[in-house]
Design a protein around this ligand. Structure first.
Ligand SMILES: Cc1cc2nc3c(=O)[nH]c(=O)nc-3n(C[C@H](O)[C@H](O)[C@H](O)COP(=O)(O)O)c2cc1C
Ligand SMILES: CC(C)CC(=O)C(=O)O
Length: 307
C-alpha cells in the first residue's frame, strides 16, 4: 500500500483498481459536470482569518446531532451499491464509522440490508429514503429513473411524520424558500446538498448556498452540508458559515475500493486530524468557537457600495 497523505489521493488509486464502468459511475457528475468542479473550487475561494496566541493545547471536536453524540462533525453520506467498491461494502463502512465514533447513512440503494449493517455492532446510523436522480446517461440511470416517484412533494414529509417518530432530515435544500418549507413541514434538520453534483448541473456549489440556508433557518433547526468536502479546512469553512456538520460521499467509496474498512477509517482519521490542525491554527478550541469571522468569502470581497 502506497503512503496516502490526503483524502483526494484515494480517487486516483481507486481509478487504477476499479472497473472503468464502476469508477465512472462513482466519480461522475451530471451533464457538463460544471457543478462537480465548482463543489471543490468554491471551497478554494474561501480564505481564513486565523486568530493567534490562543491556548489550543486541548481541542474538542465532539458534537451532538439530533440527540446523538458523535466524536466529530464529519459523517458519512449515503451512497449506493458499496459492494461494487469492495466485497464487504456497507458493512466495512459501518465498522469504520463506528470505530471513528461518527454516524453513517445507509442508502435506499445499498447492497446490504439494514439488518446486516446492524449486525456489525452498535453505531449511529441514519437511513436515506430515495427521491430523484439524473447523471450522465447509463443503463443504471434509466433503470433508477423508472423506480423514482415523481409525484413526491412536501406533503409526503408530513405523511412520513405520521408513520415514524424518528427525526426527518430533508436533503437537497439549497435555497431560502425551501428552507422555509422544510421548517413549515416539520423537518428536524436540513442537508444542503446538490447530490454530489449528480442531479441538476449549473446549481452553485453547496458551500456557496450554505449561508442563504443558515440565515433563513435562524437556528430553528440544524443545517448540514455535503458536496466536495475533501479536507479538514473544508469542514472548518462549512462550520464557520453555519453548518452543524458535514457528510462525505465519494471519499468513502474510493477509500473502500482501495483498502476496505481500513481505507474508510483512514479517510475519517485524516479529516479528523486536518480539522483539529485547522482549529489549532485558527485559534479555536471547540466547534462553538468557530465563527463567521474566521473566514472570508466571495461576498465579503464585494465592496459595500456595490451591494
Ligand atoms: C456513487 C454515488 C452514489 C450515491 N448514492 C446516493 C444514494 O443512494 N442516496 C443519496 O441520498 N445520495 C446518494 N449519493 C449522494 C451522496 O449522498 C452525497 O450527497 C454526495 O456524494 C456528496 O458529495 P461528495 O461525493 O462530493 O462528498 C451518491 C453519490 C455518489 C457519488
Ligand atoms: C442508485 C442511485 C439512485 C444512487 C444515487 O443516488 C447516485 O448514484 O447518485
Amino acid at each position: 500500500m502506497e503512503l496516502i497523505t490526503n483524502v483526494s489521493e484515494y480517487e486516483r488509486l481507486a481509478k487504477e483498481r476499479l472497473p472503468k464502468m464502476v469508477y465512472d459511475y462513482y466519480a461522475s457528475g451530471a451533464e457538463d459536470q460544471w457543478t462537480l468542479k465548482e463543489n471543490r473550487e468554491a471551497f478554494s475561494r474561501i480564505l481564513f482569518r486565523p486568530r493567534i496566541l490562543v491556548d489550543v493545547s486541548h481541542i474538542d471536536m465532539a458534537t451532538n446531532v439530533l440527540g446523538f453524540n458523535i466524536s466529530m462533525p464529519i459523517m458519512i453520506a449515503p451512497s449506493a451499491m458499496q459492494k461494487m467498491a469492495h466485497p464487504e461494502g456497507e458493512l466495512a463502512t459501518a465498522r469504520a464509522a463506528a470505530a471513528a465514533g461518527t454516524a453513517m447513512t445507509l442508502s435506499s440503494w445499498a447492497t446490504s440490508s439494514v439488518e446486516e449493517v446492524n449486525s456489525v455492532g452498535p453505531g449511529i446510523r441514519f437511513f436515506q429514503l430515495y427521491v430523484g436522480f439524473m447523471t450522465n446517461d447509463s443503463g443504471l440511470a434509466s433503470y433508477v429513473a423508472s423506480q423514482v416517484d415523481r409525484s413526491l412533494s412536501w406533503k409526503d414529509v408530513k405523511w412520513l411524520q405520521t408513520i415514524t417518530s424518528l427525526p426527518i432530515l430533508v436533503k437537497g435544500v439549497v435555497t431560502a424558500e425551501d428552507t422555509r418549507l422544510a421548517i413549515e413541514y416539520g423537518a428536524a434538520g436540513i442537508i444542503v446538498s446538490n447530490h454530489g453534483a449528480r442531479q441538476l448541473d449549473y446549481v452553485p456549489a453547496t458551500i456557496s448556498c450554505l449561508e442563504e440556508v443558515v440565515r433563513e433557518a435562524k437556528g430553528r433547526l440544524p443545517v448540514f452540508l455535503d458536496g466536495g468536502v475533501r479536507r479538514g479546512t473544508d469542514v472548518f469553512k462549512a462550520l464557520a458559515l453555519g453548518a452543524s456538520g458535514v457528510f462525505i460521499g465519494r471519499p468513502v467509496l474510493f477509500s473502500l475500493a482501495v483498502d476496505g474498512e481500513a481505507g474508510v477509517r483512514k479517510v475519517l482519521q485524516m479529516l479528523r486530524d486536518e480539522l483539529e490542525l485547522t482549529m489549532a491554527l485558527s485559534g479555536c478550541t471547540s466547534l462553538r468557537e468557530i465563527t463567521r469571522s474566521h473566514v472570508i468569502t466571495d461576498s465579503d470581497r464585494i465592496p459595500r457600495s456595490r451591494l
